[in-house]
Each structure stands twice: as structure tokens, then as C-alpha cells.
Design a binder for this molecule. Structure first.
Ligand code: PMP
Length: 363
């Protein structure tokens, strides 16, 4: 029997997604592929809840999505505020610096959520052009209040880039209503596709910033000047080529997006909330202590818990011997003291019960 994969991405795939992956590749210029790509672009609008943003899908992982945002929005000398709640938030700093930006890092202790007030104070002292925020930092399982950060970004006329790699498809996110400038994700988490697609929703202000650049993006592959015409062509059912898309991954993405919309995005958020509460309650009843400083700031797509006195860093390998794959820690300050569990996408309560049983038997 296959192991039950419960890490915070990649996640287990549905039969329809597996079937899409197993088909012979389509020609990337064929009407079938173009139709499928176009529908995926269209469906992303319904998942990010945006009627106005430009969707973009490029072959590559979530880190490429980050680079695709930054390399097109940052120009040399631009000041950026990086609001970080952990390992993935921190990643924006070298990325922005690589593209010539100047970073101020606003970080918090592991498990704390970043404060919008602290960010606002920094923005007041200004000159910032862009702010990055991580919706769910997968290193701590902390969720950040994106709506609040969008409000302060608007007040200070700063572009807001949201990394929702571990949020979109599982946690509430309202691109238009919250007025977010750019949101990026990867295919392998709550969207429940395989790893390998970088997904962006680019709001109008971000597009304007891009079009007003004084010099081209320093990235060749990630340059929106290359990709925007491709997205436009696919939306209009015309063939176009810049770089060969990972065709089978796109078929898999289309299959999962259809499943997500059939479930209903708000129903899906609610289901993730329910699974998360169930799992967290059970772990806490066993005596585990959460990494996030409170339930209100804990993500519902994943859980992060300290081993405490109940277990140690051998827990994941012991649980793996019982057929369930969990993830260890990655936050530099607490790395060996906690474990992480993904409960996003198609995970069921009975699978979480199986994981709990495996964990209990190792204590
Ligand atoms: N941001 C977040 C919040 C993530 O969780 C991850 C991956 N775990 C990334 C960015 C980077 O994505 P990838 O590993 O697909 O490059």
C-alpha cells in the first residue's frame, strides 16, 4: 500500500488529476491544449475571486512565481518592505536584492503573526514602492491577515505582493474585495495539482507598474513582456509560443480546478477549516503545543506542533514506518523542535484519523 502523504505540499492527487497526468502529451499549439489552458486561466479568476486581475501560469515551482512577481515589479533602487513570518517570507529579501531592490525586513519570532500596525509605522517613514506578505508561512503554519495588510498598502500607496503558496484553494482569499495587487501560488498545495506550475494573479496597479518600468526585467524566462502576450493569446484561443509549457501538468491543473469549482471555493475553505479544527483539537488533546501563538493566527491548510515532552525529532520517521508521511521543521530557530502536517486539497477526516492513530502509537 502507498504511504499516506500528509506533508504541507506536494499533496495527494485525485483520480481525475492522476488520469490527466497519465495521458499522452498534447501538442502545446493544439486546439485541445489551448482550450484547456484558456479554461484554466478563466477558472483561476473564480478561485482567487478576481474579475479584473490578469492570470498567469508558467512552468516552474512556487519560487519561480515569487521571482516572476519580483523581477517584473522591482527596479534597481526601489525600496521594499518584506513582512516575514518565517522561512518563506525571508526568501523575498535575497530575491528582491538580486533584482536591485533595497529591503527592510520586518520579521517576527517563530509562531508570531506579523503586526499590521508595525508595518504601517514603517511605511509611514517611507518611500516604499512594494510590500511582500506571506499568507501562510509554511515553516510555522502562521496565517497573516491579508485584508489588513491590503488596507495599509492602499493607505500608503505601496504595491502589495502576497505569497499564498500555502493558502490559495484552502484558505479565504478575496483578491478584488481586499484589493490585493498581486497574489502568487504554486500548484502543489491546496490547489491539489502536482508540483511544477507557478501561478500569478496580477492586479491592474501591478500591471501599470510593470508597463512603466524604465528598463526591462532582468529575468529572461520570467519576463512578463514575454508571458503577457502568451496569456492573452491562450485566453483568446489562439496558439502562441515563448517556452514550452509542461503540458501534462497543465492538464492536471485543469482537472483539479474543475474539481475545486464543482466543490465551490467557499465550501472548500469551510471544509479546510473543519479538518484543521478537528486535527488541531485532537493533537492538543494529546498534549502537543502549537507553533502558532494562537488558533486565530493558525493556518487551516496545515498544522505545526512542537514535539514537547511527548516526542522528539524521530517522530516523523517512526510515523513513516506506520505508513504516514509527515514533515519535520524548517524554521531556523526551532528546526529540530517541531513537525508539520499538511491537511489540504483532497485530504479526508478519515485520513487524518489514520495519521493521528500513527502518531499516538509512537508516543
Ligand atoms: N512560499 C511558500 C509559503 C511555500 O510554502 C513554498 C514551498 N513550500 C514556497 C514559497 C516555495 O515554493 P516551491 O518550493 O514550490 O518553489
Amino acid at each position: 500500500m502507498e504511504d499516506l502523504l500528509l506533508i504541507p505540499g506536494p499533496v495527494q492527487l485525485s483520480p481525475a488529476v492522476l488520469e490527466a497526468l497519465a495521458r499522452q502529451p498534447l501538442a502545446h499549439t493544439s486546439p485541445e491544449f489551448i482550450g484547456s489552458f484558456g479554461s484554466s486561466l478563466d477558472m483561476l479568476g473564480k478561485i482567487f475571486l478576481s474579475k479584473t486581475a490578469q492570470p498567469m501560469i508558467v512552468s516552474g515551482s512556487g519560487t519561480l512565481a515569487m521571482e516572476c512577481a519580483i523581477s517584473n515589479l522591482i527596479e534597481p533602487g526601489d525600496k521594499a518592505l518584506v513582512v516575514s513570518s518565517g522561512y518563506f517570507g525571508d526568501r523575498f529579501q535575497p530575491l528582491i536584492e538580486r533584482h536591485g531592490g533595497e529591503v527592510t525586513l520586518l520579521s517576527v519570532e517563530a509562531g508570531e503573526a506579523p503586526s499590521a500596525e508595525a508595518a504601517e509605522t514603517m511605511l509611514e517613514h517611507g518611500g516604499y514602492r512594494l510590500m511582500t506578505v506571506t499568507h501562510v508561512d509554511t515553516s510555522t503554519g502562521v496565517a497573516t491577515d491579508i485584508k489588513r495588510f491590503a488596507e495599509i498598502a492602499r493607505r500608503h500607496n505601496v504595491l502589495l505582493v502576497v505569497d499564498s503558496v500555502c493558502g490559495i484553494g484552502g484558505m479565504e482569499f478575496r483578491m478584488d474585495e481586499w484589493d490585493v495587487d498581486l497574489c502568487l501560488t504554486g500548484s502543489q498545495k491546496a490547489l491539489a495539482a502536482p508540483a511544477g506550475l507557478a501561478i500569478l494573479m496580477i492586479g491592474q496597479r501591478a500591471l501599470e507598474r510593470f508597463h512603466a518600468r524604465k528598463e526591462p526585467s532582468r529575468s529572461y524566462y520570467a519576463d512578463w513582456a514575454q508571458w503577457l502576450p502568451i496569456m492573452k493569446a491562450y485566453s483568446e484561443c489562439r496558439p502562441a509560443y515563448f517556452a514550452t509549457p509542461a503540458v501534462n501538468l497543465f492538464s492536471a491543473l485543469e482537472a483539479t480546478l474543475r474539481e475545486i469549482l464543482a466543490e465551490g471555493i467557499e465550501n472548500r475553505w469551510a471544509r479546510h477549516k473543519q479538518m484543521s479544527s478537528f486535527f488541531k483539537d485532537e493533537l492538543e488533546q494529546l498534549g502537543f503545543e502549537a507553533v502558532p501563538s494562537g488558533r486565530a493566527v493558525a493556518a487551516t491548510t496545515m498544522s505545526a506542533y512542537y514535539y514537547g515532552k511527548l516526542a522528539d525529532s524521530t517522530l516523523c520517521s517512526k510515523v513513516k514506518n506506520r505508513g504516514v508521511t509527515l514533515a519535520g521543521g524548517i524554521h531556523k530557530d526551532i528546526k529540530d523542535r517541531y513537525f508539520r502536517v499538511g491537511h489540504m486539497g483532497n485530504v479526508t477526516e478519515s485520513q487524518l484519523e489514520q495519521a493521528l492513530k500513527a502518531i499516538k502509537s509512537c508516543l
